[in-house]
Ligand binder design. Sequence first.
Ligand SMILES: [Zn+2]
Length: 430
Amino acid sequence: MAPLDDAARAAIRAAVDANFATQTAFLADFVRIPSLRFEEGPAQDFMAAALRERGYSVDDWKIDLSDLESLRGYGPIEGDFSRARTVVGSHRPEEVHGRSLILQGHLDVVPAGPVEMWETPPFDPVVKDGWMHGRGACDMKSGTVSALFALDALRAAGFEPAATVHFQSVIEEESTGLGALSTLQRGYRADLAFIPEPTGFRFLRAQVGVIWFKLKVRGKPVHVSVAGEGANAITAAFDMINAVKGLEIIWNERAKEHPNFKDVVHPLNFNPGKIAGGDWASSVPAWCDVDCRIGVLPGWDLADARREIEECVTAAARTHPFLANSPPEVVWNGFMSEGWVLEGAEEPEAEFRATWGEVFGDEPLIENANTGLTDTRFYPYYGVPAVCWGPKGLNIHGFDEKVDLASVRKATEMMALFIARWCGLNKLEG
Ligand SMILES: [Zn+2]
């Protein structure tokens, strides 16, 4: 075992700097692959090749939903999941002295929206004033690449982690979390999981849970000339959306009592995020489907939350002339995620804070209660504490998503030094 002394730290930092131009080019190549939902294959190929090239033993498998359906945290899939894969590259040293580690990053990205609203095309990354622009450049390809190049820096400095490291490239973080769940189902465990999501250097203390549902509103189609005899599913859907907005107000009132979220402004957000309906401008629309997302607090029972959503929609439908006899269907079609609070992670947190001091000196480490979610929630179900921290960016899920490359370099240094501290170091021969 090699000591993590000042000389080792200096060598690791120098390696991060020396390799950063290569890292930036690698990140751009990764962002160039439009790894949208159900189309993540080429990005997984890219990551598997990068792991193989570095000599990690690569496990690349197709996710079988029937393996996951009964597991805690499972969220239902709507769409073609037949090509879904997970890629894990493992480092298993001959001499083990330290604590094992999972490094995890998701490569799925959310849709870009109207590309003409972007300053530069979303999947053609450019660097401007020290920021890389592109969909996924920030959330979270920058963090995943930081973790990979943190390991590279250790090697370039003449070391390897003195414990098992599993580098996990997952999908579905933005919709169900089933990629992360698949690694746990496959049997991967470690003393810690580290997820470098773009937290803006803030240390994740807690996060909300999320439920996805589809409101399937049905109407009565007639010729628009006799619209009064029909029932418009699109306008009825707006009534249902407004009803759930009422539930959102009630839930945010409850959040004012929550230890982690009482000081957060409006932590539980309801979002009707996607809408489709009707067939013809001169026909009263017979159908309208609305894909929705709503947050829940850590500690809430998801069955109770589901019941409240259903009761809210049912009650609103009862006052509607058509829906009273033909109430909308509520379909659970994605995230079914509990909230999460960092627990049982005193040792990794102390090591993280010590590393923070090495890199950031006296600058205080700010904590974050996140009103969105990450994959951290799954790992504690299997006895693995999980921490989440990473680089700074802007406009995630929006137009002109971008990441601050200086923060990516800093995050890479932070991760390299953290891995060295957590796993220990072996000196490489030669
Ligand atoms: Zn993310």
